[in-house]
Write a protein that binds this ligand. Structure first.
Ligand SMILES: [Zn+2]
Ligand SMILES: [Zn+2]
Length: 142
């Protein structure tokens, strides 16, 4: 079977992330601020858009209430939404590093296919299958 193609639906705007550009993995602080986000993978347009730009601190320089630390700046030296982008890269790399988001955002068939692919690193395969099992269990409860 050939590798299934997939398109990621941006977690913020819902539009397909263009294949020609990277996907962006957002962290918990983004999820806290945008609880309606579906998954954590965004398009490059949203991550630099004024619509989704925010700063971590109030005008008094304290973190806003409920602020979750940035994974990339754990010492608390984060400033804004850009510092809360965990990673960016190819669509394949991003759904593999955040498979739950991949399942939510359009890469289910691809991830199932990959989890059964001969030669896939054993640890990666085991982790991926565990996520898919959790996904299937949750779907069965709906
Ligand atoms: Zn978007
Ligand atoms: Zn921050």
């Amino acid at each position: 079977m050939r590798r299934p193609n997939f398109r990621i639906a941006c977690c913020l705007c819902g539009k397909p992330v263009p294949l020609s550009s990277d996907a962006y993995l957002l962290d918990e602080e983004w999820q806290r601020r945008y609880p309606r986000m579906v998954g954590t993978l965004a398009c490059g347009h949203c991550t630099v858009s004024d619509d989704y730009y925010w700063t971590c601190r109030t005008s008094g320089d304290a973190f806003v209430d409920g602020h979750r630390p940035s994974v990339r700046h754990p010492a608390g030296n984060c400033h804004d939404s850009w510092n809360h982008i965990q990673a960016h890269g190819t669509h394949v790399a991003m759904v593999m590093s955040s498979p739950w988001s991949g399942l939510l955002q359009g890469a289910e068939e691809y991830l199932r296919h990959t989890s059964r692919r001969p030669g896939l690193n054993r640890d990666v395969a085991r982790d991926l299958r565990a996520v898919i099992e959790r996904w299937d269990a949750q779907q069965a409860n709906h």
